[in-house]
Every structure is written in C-alpha cells, then in structure tokens.
Design a protein around this ligand. Structure first.
Ligand code: MG
Length: 160
C-alpha cells in the first residue's frame, strides 16, 4: 500500500492579552499567540502536514487570513475541515508526529490532553498521535519568547 508523507510548519507571535491555545487546549499563560484564528500553532502545523501529504495545498488556500469568515475561528474547526477533505479524497491517517518550539510554559502537563483533542477530531486512535516539545535554549526569536513554532509530520494511506 502506498504511504503519503506530509510536513507542516507554523509560527505565531506572542502578545499580551490573548489566550494561549496549543493542540486544542487552553494553557494557563500570561502571554498568548496572535493570529487571524485562535493562533493554535500546533494545530496549524498538523493541518498543513495533513493537506501536504494528501497533495491538497495548504491551510492558507482553504482558510485565508484575509477572510472575515475565518476571523477568530477555533483551529479545531480547521482540523475538522481538513479531516473531511482527506476523507473526501480517499485518505486515511496513519500517524501524526509533532514538535512544539517555545521557551515557556512547559507543555508536558498538557500533552496527553492535546493528544485526546487531536485524535478525537481526526477520529484516529490516540496512540497514533505524538506531541513533543522543546525550548529554543534561550536563543533567538523563540528563545526570547517573541513567538512559538510547531513542526508536524504525518503519514497517510490511500483508502481508494
Ligand atoms: Mg498559523
């Protein structure tokens, strides 16, 4: 059976007065990420990886940040739409791996909950979802907590 691999990457800027949504979970934090949607950098990277593996472009194509329709949208809605596109195009998700890059807060206490949210929205077993996190060793943009980044790699199988 053919296996399709996709990669996703996203960055959002930290600002005051915004909630911090990561992996579909609201994390207690003095700063949050800024964006057209809820700025969930992890769900955006995963969504882009899924679209990439399916050869369906990127999330900017379906959810343009110039569109009032998607202003303030929860990224779990984006993930649902992306999953629907995969199903409609005959793909089945094999696994999702991801890495969050941010200086703080610590992600480990929330990663199991993120796995529940992501696997639930993608309708896959939670052991097919992996979430890792690393600091940027206080170096550069991420090290100064100016923003957070996320990387994701997924594999799909074609069910056609
Ligand atoms: Mg984004």
């Amino acid at each position: 059976m053919a296996v399709y691999t996709g990669i996703g990457y996203d960055v959002h800027r930290f600002v005051n007065d915004k909630p911090l949504w990561l992996g579909g979970v609201e994390i207690p934090s003095a700063i949050g990420l800024e964006g057209h949607s809820d700025a969930d950098v992890l769900l955006h990277a995963i969504s882009d990886a899924l679209l990439g593996a399916a050869g369906l472009g990127d999330i900017g194509r379906y959810f343009p940040d110039t569109s009032p329709e998607w202003k303030g949208v929860k990224s779990t809605v984006i993930l649902d739409r992306v999953n629907r596109l995969l199903v409609d195009n005959g793909f089945k998700i094999n696994n999702v791996d991801s890495t969050l890059i941010l200086e703080s807060p610590k992600i480990a206490p929330f990663s199991e909950q993120m796995k529940d949210v992501i696997s639930g929205h993608l309708k896959i077993s939670r052991d097919r979802v992996n979430i890792k996190a690393t600091t940027h060793e206080r170096l550069g943009t991420f090290g100064r907590s100016e923003g957070a980044a996320a990387l994701a790699v997924v594999t799909l199988e074609s069910s056609l």
